[in-house]
Design a protein around this ligand. Structure first.
Ligand code: GDP
Ligand code: GDP
Length: 484
């Protein structure tokens, strides 16, 4: 992710002049979302092949505003939270103002790196009067003229020291296969569909139930994307299915969801949607994997009696909790629309593993909160400090607030919907947590056990990754010793 540089300073010091100079030749984005009262400018800049994002906070405060008004404070705090590096611009012509001191103190409190620019220095003799800026308690500042481009090289050189260069950011992400599970009641057509998607001779391994090997993985490539069918144990062809065996096979099929990115939830449309189908869908929701509803055996459905629309709206009614899962009618037997399934799975997966940059996320949350303020809770006002994405697969966000318990579930839903719309993420489950700005994650009430487990898993994975890294490092050291 590119570093974010935020330009701060009172009105007329030259923020937008500097901004324009930095993003020159590149497109500056003016944020004109409805409900945003202040302009915010985002732009892409680069120095010495090191790209970074610049945010001009100029619009937050115009000449007539009270710089100490709480809503302006909040906006500035959010901007500071988004920043990797802060730049405070001071005016070398008008000199120091009390507001400069106030801003400088605020930036220093953030603990983030701050660069101080004294702008509008075009002549040697102006430099004589710059001593007063040291009274801000700063060790050094850059004398520049944003308008005439004086002093820019030194400043940019220092600013971007330590920024990653473009090459290292463009490393192609490792393409991992999308792991697919096909789940559903017995006889809905799981093996038939697996055969169609992953090649026919290999799935049907044995006609006798319960005797084949578990966890066979089948791979297929489509449009240069790789897919793996995980744990076919649940979908092998069964002999006569006894009641007990039916249960076992459903359990196995559900287990395959533990290990998948996208579950294809098969439903026998000829039989109609049953409660058991919805129970299975409930597991997908609990696991937090991506999901696609497939109404199978569409060839056998009397469409005059009940069409696709009616089927899907009935499904939506019964499985409201999976509203993000796309639904398709297919026939595994005739192959109708089956070629679209993996393409859809790839789209779901792209969202499932999506990562947003912190700046954009905070902008979306800030705008959402501004558009619709949370109601008071026991007389206390809910305050949002900043948000961050803590995990992918599925995307998981944490909002730091002053008082997590004050987040009403309807407001939580509003924020989730805003994230879905604005990012946008429409096909994947997402998680949103609220955490007190200092303190532990709040899991009470609204958040559920499985999410805690998911987070725990996340930590375990990173722990494991660390172990693996340590091991390979040790091995390298050993190799070096034996080699030399
Ligand atoms: P902002 O309100 O902080 O965004 O400030 P602007 O970028 O709009 O600049 C305010 C005024 O200062 C404008 O009239 C600019 O032309 C002028 N200005 C900006 N940078 C310089 C500079 O380096 N030298 C001089 N002399 N004027 C400048
Ligand atoms: P599984 O138990 O979920 O793996 O289901 P199977 O793939 O074994 O299918 C059960 C039965 O439904 C078999 O007789 C299939 O031929 C049949 N079947 C599967 N898909 C379709 C379909 O799209 N249309 C029709 N008409 N029959 C299907």
């Amino acid at each position: 992710m590119k570093p974010v540089v935020v330009l701060m300073g009172r009105p007329n010091v030259g923020k937008s002049t500097l901004f324009n100079r930095l993003v020159r030749g590149r497109q500056a984005l003016v944020d004109d979302l409805p409900g945003v009262t202040r302009d915010r400018h985002y732009g892409e800049a680069s120095w010495d092949d090191k790209p970074f994002t610049v945010i001009d906070t100029g619009g937050f405060l115009t000449g007539d505003d009270d710089p100490f008004a709480p809503q302006i404070r909040e906006q500035l705090n959010l901007a500071v939270a988004q920043a990797d590096v802060l730049v405070l611009i001071l005016d070398g012509r008008t000199g120091l103002s009390p507001y400069d001191r106030d801003l400088a103190a605020m930036l220093r409190r953030s603990g983030k790196p701050v660069f101080y620019l004294v702008n509008k220095i075009e002549h040697q003799r102006q430099q004589a009067s710059l001593g007063e800026f040291y009274s801000l308690g700063i060790e050094m500042f850059y004398e520049v003229s944003a308008e005439h481009g004086i002093g820019m090289d030194d400043f940019l050189e220092d600013l971007t020291t330590g920024f990653p260069d473009a090459g290292s950011q463009e490393e192609p992400p490792v393409q991992e296969p999308v792991r697919i599970a096909i789940v559903g009641r017995p006889n809905v057509g799981k093996s038939s569909l697996a055969n169609r998607l992953f090649g026919s001779p290999r799935v049907v391994v044995n006609d006798q139930a319960g005797t084949t090997r578990d966890a066979i993985e089948l791979a297929v490539t489509r449009k240069e994307k790789q897919f793996v069918l995980v744990d076919t144990a649940g979908i092998r062809r069964k002999g006569r299915v006894t009641r007990k065996l039916e249960k076992v096979s459903i359990l196995k099929s559900l287990k395959s969801m533990d290990d998948c990115h996208v579950a294809l939830i098969l439903i026998d449309a000829a039989e109609g949607i049953t409660d058991q189908d919805i129970t299975i869908a409930g597991y997908a929701e609990k696991k937090g994997c991506g999901a696609i509803f497939l109404l199978n055996k569409w060839d056998r459905v009397d469409k005059a009696e009940k069409g696709e629309k009616a089927f899907i709206s009935e499904l939506r009614q019964m499985a409201k909790f999976l509203s993000y899962a796309p639904a398709m009618t297919i026939s595994a037997l005739t192959g109708q629309r089956c070629h679209k399934i993996l393409d859809m799975a790839a789209r779901v997966y792209e969202e499932y593993r999506f990562r947003i940059n912190t700046g954009t996320l905070n902008r979306i949350i800030a705008d959402a909160v501004q558009r619709e303020e949370p109601s008071l809770h026991k007389g206390r006002r809910l305050k949002f400090f900043y948000a961050t994405q803590v995990a992918t697969r599925p995307p998981c966000f944490v909002c730091f607030v002053n008082y997590p318990k004050a987040v009403h579930f309807s407001y939580e839903r509003y924020l989730v919907n805003q994230l879905r719309q604005m990012i946008p993420l429409t096909l994947t489950p997402i998680r949103l947590y609220f955490r007190e700005k200092t303190g532990r994650m709040d899991f009470s009430g609204k958040t559920r056990e499985k999410e805690r487990i998911a987070l725990k898993k996340q930590r375990i994975t990173t722990k494991r990754e660390k172990q693996r890294k340590d091991q390979s490092q040790k091995k390298r050291q050993r190799d070096r010793k034996t080699g030399g």
